[in-house]
Design a binder for this molecule. Structure first.
Ligand code: GDP
Ligand code: GDP
Length: 463
């Protein structure tokens, strides 16, 4: 069971834009369904790992006459009745209008559970609107930009507990058939995971980085209070230690070594060992968080670690820690991005997130980036889409003709996920130059929006 979110507000505040963002391409139009007015649209929304139903009340022109005003009111009331929670949008650039106040009244009278969204607030725009919005008496406004996708993390963190509430209700209604958690905890072999129902598999992450980057601090912050419930769990194998937690509502297993055993390492030999331990943890992880120290970022050791994660085929998120110590954040960020692109071209497009493990700042963004990277890592692209893309790519730049032999690319198909792997059938696969593989990999990454994951392309001949 999921919950239903209604997006309400006066025309032109960005309701449809937000609806489309939440629903993506799989837009379900139900306007011909009896009993639902033509102006209510319903769709299956997805926000990171959260699924719910969304209703949009858009589709009305700017209200000029009374009948329309009445219709809009009835429509909103209907949506409120159908929904478990309402997202009331105002335009942050315009501020609170009398028309917004009418909507606020409707919501109050209906006793609706309301999230107040201040839209069009990308950059600094909407600063004023966000302050004014308090006057509506509907609680703390959430700044967002439906068009640019800003504020979606905040929205997620507000909706997540609501999702959990509904899941709990559903669980109470469902027959109990699944193994209980203590049994799952008792497993000793990673392979056993394969037999578990996949939806119960926690997200597996590893935090790696040089000594003193802040790994222990970060992991402890993530585990927080939950630590007492889960406890460090003696390893899945002798090589790695993992701990389970519920991070912002996502069941998560964190693999670590040095981070969890408090280090008492001073001499070089032991320190090297701890890095090797971290590298082992990578093998168990789906998403690897490469933690950098803002004062000494992208040092040789960091680059080796990041490269290792890529080679192992893990999704990668780069987190720059100790951001609280940084004075000129704007300038530093630009510098970090430039270094990232220059020093780690193999991780092109991977997210770079600034955090403070100490204060907890930015951890919500880190969480969001990890979920997104995990999603991309699991991505599957249909053969039809691949090949229409491949056609355009080869047309723009045909494969070269080394020593006069023309390489003809026939077609491409995705053969695996985690990370995405593709096979391209062609003539003379052994002659295909590395530069052309890079051209295709970069093209796949850009066209199908797959940042933060390794992409493998193999060339194969055909009889
Ligand atoms: P609705 O009538 O409430 O459904 O509003 P629409 O979604 O149709 O948006 C109205 C206009 O606002 C469109 O031109 C959108 O492109 C624009 N818009 C929507 N969201 C944003 C945003 O976050 N920032 C900016 N600058 N414009 C937006
Ligand atoms: P590890 O060796 O990677 O596990 O690093 P630790 O977690 O032990 O942290 C190393 C040092 O950095 C400790 O003194 C931490 O208190 C400090 N530290 C960790 N995270 C932060 C942060 O976000 N901000 C600041 N100012 N210090 C931090």
């Amino acid at each position: 069971m999921t919950f239903t979110l209604a997006i309400v507000g006066r025309p032109n505040v960005g309701k449809s834009t937000l609806f489309n963002r939440l629903v993506g391409k799989k837009l379900a139009l139900v306007d011909d369904q009896p009993g639902v007015t033509r102006d209510l649209r319903e769709g299956d929304a997805k926000l990171y790992d959260l699924r719910f139903t969304v209703i949009d009340t858009a589709g009305l022109e700017e209200v000029t006459d009374d009948s329309l005003q009445g219709r809009m009111r009835r429509l909103t009331e209907r949506a409120v009745e159908m929904a478990d929670v309402c997202l009331f949008l105002i335009d942050g650039r315009v501020g609170v209008t009398p028309s917004d106040e009418v909507f606020a009244d409707i919501l109050r009278r209906k006793n609706a559970r309301v999230i107040l969204g201040v839209n069009k607030a990308e950059g600094k725009a909407g600063d004023g609107g966000a302050i004014e919005a308090w006057s509506l008496g509907l609680g703390e406004p959430v700044r967002m930009s439906a068009e640019h996708g800003e504020g979606m993390d905040d929205l997620y963190h507000i909706l997540r507990p609501i999702g959990a509430e509904f899941e709990e209700r559903a669980a109470l209604d469902a027959p109990i058939v699944d193994v209980d958690v203590s049994e799952e905890e008792a497993e000793t072999e990673a392979d056993e995971d394969a037999h578990k129902p996949t939806e119960r598999r926690p997200l597996q992450i590893a935090v790696i980085g040089r000594p003193n980057a802040g790994k222990s601090t970060l992991i402890n912050k993530i585990i927080g209070e939950d630590r007492l419930l889960t406890g460090p769990e003696a390893g899945i194998t002798r090589d790695a230690i993992s701990v389970r937690t519920n991070w912002f509502g996502t069941p998560t297993r964190i693999f670590d070594t040095a981070g969890m055993r408090k280090k008492a390492r001073i001499n070089d030999k032991l320190e090297k060992l701890s890095v090797a331990d971290g590298l082992r943890a990578v093998r168990f992880a789906e998403v690897v968080v490469v933690l950098l120290d803002v004062d000494i970022p992208f040092e040789q050791q960091d680059l080796r670690i990041a490269d290792f994660a890529e080679t192992e085929g893990r999704a990668v998120v780069v987190a720059v820690n100790k951001w609280d110590l940084e004075g000129d954040k704007q300038e530093k960020l630009a510098e970090l991005k430039e270094m990232f692109e220059r020093l780690l071209p193999q991780l092109r497009g991977a997210p770079l997130v600034t955090v403070s493990a100490k204060t907890g700042r930015g951890l919500d963004r880190l969480h969001g980036a990890i979920l997104r990277a995990h999603d991309v890592w699991n991505r599957r692209i249909t053969t039809a889409r691949l090949n229409s893309w491949l056609g355009a790519m080869t047309e723009a730049h045909p494969p070269p003709a080394p020593s006069g032999k023309r390489i003809k690319l026939r077609y491409m198909t995705q053969v695996k996920t985690r990370p995405p792997g593709f096979v391209a059938m062609c003539s003379h696969p052994d002659l295909m130059p590395e530069s052309y593989r890079r051209y295709l990999v970069n093209g796949l990454r850009d066209h199908f929006d797959m940042p933060g994951t390794p992409i493998r392309v193999t060339f194969r001949g055909q009889g």
